[in-house]
Each structure stands twice: as structure tokens, then as C-alpha cells.
Design a protein around this ligand. Structure first.
Ligand code: 1CP
Length: 360
């Protein structure tokens, strides 16, 4: 299948993901579009959160907002991980001050039967594909466009808990009390995520990131049972399905937040890049990544952006000294917080770009 998109001018992030030489270290920031930007808040004052996601022109506009301010090496499509539970038939509201809320979460495993197990992703999530295609064309080849999805465990966590939580005790109780039904739910999610990600690449995504944002509430044994197998199936099948459709597979990034114990297992999958949160030591992660020929992404402590711009520069240099410049995509260890200063993100981005890469 041939896609007709403008030629890419800055492919540093794709090169870094593949372990190829770059002229400068590529950088982007998780949640680079969002509430810390006054221009984002202006759009949100006029439109409800999911209206922005569902209107390709608005999604495109907010995706491009951070690129107008900063010298970023990638755009990430504006959407949310919770569009998948919506596609399966669940209602999700974005409640100010509280975050995502499910009025009717899955209360017992019987509720799984109420879900649409095999949604038509083009019908239910076609608006994301349209936003990707419009944004890819509007970018005009400036930088690559990243598509994303929540990973199955993280989505199950919200669907059962009904919203955010520091313990996610309800979905974790399912893993012990209803193991088989939990696996059934994770399988339903996995099947939809695979079709959704393949559709994103067809629509114009040039890299994909999987967010396992709540890996941290699982121990290693539970992660190996309820997260890793599904993450693996996603990368295997997305790449296979793309090849079968005669489309070149795009680099895939896995970000399993707080799963420091899983880095070696993740490095043995087909993901090209392992995303790291700020609690991980880059030197140790690099040793593992080298062994398996993987690239790394991360892992600046987001709270470090509250420091002075001068101190940010020094901290960035220290971080890159540890990661090295090869097979590396600079990023935060998690997303931007709403009260952060755009100027401090700029200091981070500029400090990454000023780091000399040398000849190796
Ligand atoms: O009112 C608002 O504008 C809500 C703020 C907001 C924004 C800007 C939410 C609600 N989602 C988003 C956009 C978003 N979400 C993006 C695109 C923006 C970009 O990165 O530039 C992406 C990639 C996400 C992904 C997402 N949503 C994740 C994974 C990343 C992570 O932070 O770990 C998660 C966990 C969500 C759920 C979610 N949606 C929104 C919030 C506040 C949350 C987190 C809830 C919680 O703390 O549990």
C-alpha cells in the first residue's frame, strides 16, 4: 500500500529509534500539548476535552501548538488513552479537578459481556485516524508524527476502578479473584489496540508509543502475567499486520512506568525503544539495552523543570552523560504537569540539542 505524504525533513527520532547515527539528539516531551500552555487552555475554554479529540481540526491545532513554540523533533497526536474504553461502549467523562471518570465502571466480571468485544475501529475511532492524516499533512514533513495507545493493563485499571487512583485496588483485586476473566478483558483490549495501531500507521503515524502508565502498581510476577504477554502480542501483531499489508513497520516505543524490574524482559521483545521513568538509572538501563540492540527514551525528572533554567541545563548534561548520545531519544520521565513553565521546557529542549554528539 502506498501512502502519499510530504517528505520527512527531520528524521532524527526515527534514526535514533533504529540505532542509526544522528547529528543532534532528538527530543520530545510526554504531554507536550496540554494545560501548561496558555494557548491550549484557550482552546479548552471553548471546547470540551473529548470534543477536541473528536474534531480533527482542533486535535491538529493543539498537536501543533508546542511545535510552534519549541524546536521539538516529534509531534504526538492529541488524543487520550481512554478513547479505547469509549470504543468498547463505556462512557468516560473528563471532570475538571478530578480527571477521567467512568459513571459506570466494570463492577463484576459479568459486566464484560456488556462491552462491544470487537468494535469496528474505523467506525468508532475513525476520528483519530482523520486527525492523524490531517496533522501529518499539515506538518508538511517538518518532524515525524507519533501515534499512541494505552496498554491493556492500564486501560483495564481505569475501566474497573472508574477513574484515577494511587492504588488501583479494584482492578488489582480482579487479578487475584478473577484471573481468567481479567485475561479475557485484557485479550479483548489487546485485539482492539492492535487494529487501532495498525489503523494509525495507515492514517499517517510514523512512530507508535504504548503507555503502560500503571505498571507500577504491579509486582514483577503480576507484570509478567498481566502486562508483558499483551505488550508482546501487540508489537508482534502490529508489525506482522503492517508487513502483510505491504506497509513498512514503524518504530515502536514501550513506556512501562515504574517497571524498573521489567527492562530486561521488555528489551527482549520487538519494541525498538524502551521508555524510562526518572527512577531508573540510565547507566544500568543502557547496559541492558546494548545487550539486546535497543534504544532508550527518557528520563528527566519532570519536577526538575521547576528548577532554574541554568540548573536545568546542568541536569540535562548530567543525564546525557549517563545515557550516551547513541540510540537515544531525550524525553521526560513522565508528562508535563499543568503548572509548569513553557520557558523551562524550552530550556530542557535547547540543552538536549546543545549537547555535542561527536562521531560515534
Ligand atoms: O482537561 C484537560 O485538558 C485534561 C488534561 C488531559 C490532556 C491534555 C488529559 C486528561 N489527557 C490529555 C491529553 C493526552 N493524554 C495526550 C496527548 C497530549 C500530549 O502528549 O501532548 C496523551 C499522550 C495522553 C495519554 C494519557 N491519558 C495517559 C498516558 C500518559 C501518562 O500520563 O501516563 C494517561 C494515563 C491518560 C489518562 C488521563 N487523561 C487525562 C488525565 C488527566 C489522565 C491521567 C489521569 C490519572 O492521573 O490517572
Amino acid at each position: 500500500m502506498k501512502q502519499d505524504f510530504p517528505n520527512l525533513q527531520n528524521d532524527a527520532i526515527i534514526k535514533a529509534a533504529k540505532g542509526e547515527k544522528v547529528d543532534r539528539i532528538p527530543v520530545w516531551a510526554m504531554r507536550q500539548a496540554g494545560r501548561y500552555l496558555p494557548e491550549f487552555k484557550e482552546v479548552r475554554a471553548k471546547h470540551d476535552f473529548f470534543t477536541v479529540c473528536r474534531t480533527p481540526e482542533l486535535a491538529c491545532e493543539v498537536t501543533l501548538q508546542p511545535l510552534k513554540r519549541f524546536d521539538l523533533d516529534a509531534a504526538i497526536i492529541f488524543s487520550d488513552i481512554l478513547v479505547i474504553p469509549q470504543a468498547l461502549g463505556m462512557e468516560v467523562q473528563m471532570v475538571p479537578g478530578k480527571g477521567p471518570t467512568f459513571p459506570e465502571p466494570l463492577q463484576t466480571p459479568k459486566d464484560i459481556s456488556k462491552l462491544n468485544h470487537k468494535p469496528d475501529v474505523h467506525k468508532e475511532l475513525g476520528y483519530v485516524f482523520d486527525a492523524l492524516t490531517l496533522t501529518r499533512k499539515t506538518l508538511n514533513g517538518k518532524v515525524p508524527l507519533i501515534g499512541f495507545s494505552g496498554a491493556p493493563w492500564t486501560l483495564m485499571a481505569y475501566m474497573v476502578e472508574g477513574g484515577s487512583s494511587s492504588t488501583f485496588s479494584k482492578p488489582r483485586s480482579w487479578l487475584y479473584k478473577h484471573s481468567e476473566e481479567s485475561k479475557e478483558l485484557l485479550n479483548i483490549l489487546t485485539g482492539t489496540i492492535i487494529k487501532y495501531l495498525v489503523g494509525q500507521v495507515v492514517a499517517g503515524a510514523q512512530l507508535l508509543q504504548l503507555f503502560e502508565s500503571h505498571a507500577g502498581v504491579l509486582n514483577q510476577e503480576m507484570f509478567n502475567k498481566y502486562s508483558l504477554p499483551y505488550l508482546k502480542r501487540i508489537v508482534d501483531e502490529v508489525k506482522k499486520n503492517l508487513i502483510e499489508a505491504d506497509i513498512e513497520p514503524v518504530p515502536m516505543i514501550v513506556f512501562a512506568k515504574d517497571a524498573y524490574y521489567a527492562i530486561e524482559d521488555l528489551a527482549q521483545t520487538k519494541y525498538d525503544v524502551i521508555g524510562l521513568d526518572w527512577t531508573v538509572d540510565p547507566v544500568q538501563a543502557r547496559e541492558i539495552a546494548k545487550k539486546y540492540g535497543k534504544s532508550l527514551q527518557g528520563n528527566f525528572d519532570p519536577a526538575n523543570l521547576y528548577d532554574t533554567q541554568e540548573n536545568i541545563e546542568g541536569a540535562v548534561k548530567k543525564m546525557i552523560d549517563k545515557f550516551g548520545t547513541k540510540s537515544y531519544i531525550a524525553n521526560l520521565g513522565h508528562g508535563m504537569y499543568p503548572d509548569m513553565s513553557p520557558d523551562h521546557l524550552k530550556a530542557f529542549i535547547d540543552a538536549v540539542h546543545n549537547y555535542p554528539v561527536g562521531d560515534t
